[in-house]
Unconditional design. Structure first.
Length: 190
């Protein structure tokens, strides 16, 4: 009886740790990076499909390379630090009006730079790079415009300038800015 349960335990170990550790399944819209104990993060990116890896020696991490929606909204829960989004950003306009900004920023990771992102920034690149940069650039760009221009005729110019500023910061880090869409800009009365 004890020998039979030991056999089941060994079989379970082989199936779970060896066979499952032998393959990496990469679904559509994702890529995988591999960390090798001997060579570090490998430069080669694994595209969708089934790939082999060395169990125990290599670990794989999936990264979403689809268009990601970074939502700036009152519904965002700031307790989830790794979530893609933020609470409304407070800013001061050129004419000294305090505003709260909501909107959506569409981002995408550069497939070829994903190993570098994982190596130099880590998995929590949203909390380390994306969120602080977006907050800073929103404040900076809105400070160049008067409140009436932001909510009126120059709204598209504000979005374009914000996109250009974010691209300047993110492009070198392997993050593309596809679009900036401001949804609501409310004046904050103090």
């Amino acid at each position: 009886m004890a020998a039979e349960s030991l056999d089941k335990l060994m079989y379970s170990f082989v199936v779970d740790d060896v066979l499952k550790g032998l393959f990496i399944y990469v679904p559509p819209g994702y890529v995988a990076c591999v960390y090798d104990l001997g060579r570090g993060v490998l430069k080669k990116v694994l595209t969708p499909g089934l790939h082999l890896k060395i169990p125990f020696w290599q670990k794989a991490k999936l990264f979403n390379v689809q268009t990601l929606e970074y939502s700036i909204s009152r519904q965002f829960n700031p307790e989830h630090e790794r979530s893609l989004g933020d609470v409304p950003t407070a800013a001061v306009t050129h004419d000294a009006k305090r505003v709260g900004v909501e909107g959506t920023i569409l981002l995408r990771l550069d497939i070829h730079q994903v190993p570098s992102i994982w190596q130099t920034i880590g998995e929590d690149f949203v909390a380390k790079i994306v969120r602080p940069a977006i907050r800073s650039r929103v404040r900076m760009v809105l400070s160049r415009f008067d409140y009436n221009d932001i909510v009126g005729a120059k709204r598209d110019q504000v979005e374009t300038e914000l996109k250009n500023e974010l691209e300047r910061i993110f492009y070198a880090r392997g993050i593309y800015v596809e679009n900036v869409l401001l949804s609501e800009i409310q004046q904050i009365h103090s």
